[in-house]
Write a protein that binds this ligand. Structure first.
Ligand code: SF4
Length: 439
């Protein structure tokens, strides 16, 4: 079957920031008269927007690309974009001869020009300097009533285990007025919840000499139609009392603190190149809990990193038990070539995996206990529409549930227009999900 002319099939991998990048790539194509198709067989253009920051993501990206290449016909063009290309650049050409174009993040804005270029020039590689802005076309792929707002790209930090500064380049914040214009457009499209994303949200504006995150949140809260502002990825070395008060004092900022602490044992934090000590991180978490007992705290941990012996792991486990985070993700350490951590001895991968499972089984009990306290309460819920796993019920999210990483509210009764925020009485609670009826 010959592919339909000017049709594309987009496969987005990786994080929310990369999803926004994919929405812009789709936006460029649609603005140029291309059409999206659901099946790769029908498409003239096969576009894989890859992730590449850790080995499992690299393997997933290569597997997905080879799968598409396996069914690819002469009439189809296979483009590999995103962080895998950003990380390996020209070296990828030999490994993926099936790809007709390798498009690095630095060249994403020039997708159409590269598609129009003669097939010979397979490599579109340049350092990540450019940044999609509010005026660039964007095909929203998120559900009704919510969207991501990517406020910057790149990162000014240098955590020892992380490849992202190498892949996405230095911190590049988008100007305030550009972000406000995009947020206005999103509000006009019916977006009620704006999830602010970046590699390090706390550093927003530092490369521009300000304004910073506090002012951005303040300005965004003046936009009519936007009801919830959710700042994601608040760097624990950079969050301070002013920002905490600004979030708690902002009428539209949800009381949700996403703090990727990674660890709490000092020898591990030092090996990671993190600045705050375990004692300071404990004080930070306790301080937020004191200032806002109803706030939801999310964290991300990395186990098996160099410097972590059984004692350091036990210290982390006790910390998780004491702090009782509402939401928690844990990853086994993966030594990444080119990082400082990869030069240090680390516990075996099986030990890291086993430690991650021990943390998650503890967290499952904590999550169940914390959700149980919501039984009988009536909470505002962003109604998303039919539940992804069942046609019998709908789904929604509370202010305490971030998209794609946290649980959902299973709505068993009542219906409103998807994308609306409506009161919901919590009728049952589970390990990670809630159940409720719209009232
Ligand atoms: S702040 Fe995040 S993205 Fe930046 S170097 Fe550290 S872990 Fe990587």
């Amino acid at each position: 079957m010959a592919p339909l002319s000017k049709t594309y099939y987009l496969l987005n991998l990786g994080c929310a920031k990369n999803l926004v990048e994919g929405e812009h790539l789709a936006g460029l194509l649609l603005a140029d008269g291309w059409q999206a198709v659901e099946s790769s067989q029908e498409a003239e253009l096969l576009l894989v927007n890859t992730c590449g920051f850790i080995q499992p993501a690299v393997e997933e990206a290569i597997e997905a690309t080879l799968e598409l290449a396996g069914d690819k016909t002469e009439a189809q063009c296979l483009v590999v974009a995103g962080c895998l290309v950003g990380r390996y650049g020209k070296k990828l050409a030999a490994q993926l001869p099936e790809a007709d174009l390798l498009l690095a993040p630095g060249e994403a804005l020039n997708l159409l020009a590269h598609l129009a270029a003669p097939p010979a020039s397979r490599l579109a590689i340049s350092p990540p300097r450019s940044l999609f802005g509010g005026a660039d076309p964007r095909a929203l792929s998120t559900g009704p009533g919510w969207a991501y707002l990517r406020v910057s790209d790149g990162c000014a930090q240098s955590c020892a285990f992380c490849t992202i500064p190498h892949i996405r380049g230095p911190l590049r914040s988008r100007p305030l007025d550009d972000l406000l214009a995009e947020a206005e457009n999103l509000a006009a499209l019916g977006v009620k919840e704006l999830n602010l994303v970046a590699q390090d949200l706390t550093s927003y504006g530092r490369d521009l000499g300000g304004p910073g995150l506090t002012q951005l949140l303040g300005e965004l809260s003046n936009i009519e139609g936007i009801q919830w502002l959710r700042p994601l990825y608040l760097h624990p070395d950079l969050i301070d009392d002013d920002l905490i008060s600004a979030i708690l004092g902002n009428p539209k900022a949800v009381p949700y603190f996403d703090l990727p602490l990674q660890h709490v044992a000092d020898p591990v934090l030092q090996a990671m190149g993190r600045k705050r000590s375990g004692a300071q991180l404990k004080a930070l978490v306790r301080g937020i809990r004191q200032a806002a007992p109803q706030a939801v705290l999310r964290t991300t941990l990395l186990v098996g990193h160099p410097g972590e012996g059984e004692a350091e792991f036990e210290a982390l486990r006790d910390f998780v038990a004491d702090m009782a985070f509402d939401r928690l993700g844990v990853f086994p350490y993966s030594p990444e070539a080119g990082t400082r951590s990869a030069r240090l001895p680390a516990p075996p991968a099986l030990v890291a995996q086993e430690r991650a499972e021990r943390i998650m089984s503890l967290q499952r009990r904590i999550s169940r206990r914390r959700l149980a306290a919501l039984q009988g309460q009536t909470l505002p819920v962003l109604v998303l529409g039919p539940h992804p796993d069942s046609d019998l019920v709908w789904a929604g999210r509370t202010q305490g549930q971030a998209p794609e990483v946290d649980g959902l509210v299973i709505i068993t009764e009542g219906s409103v227009l998807p994308g609306s925020i409506a009161p919901c009485r919590i009728s049952a609670t589970h390990d990670y999900d809630l159940e409720g009826v719209l009232v």
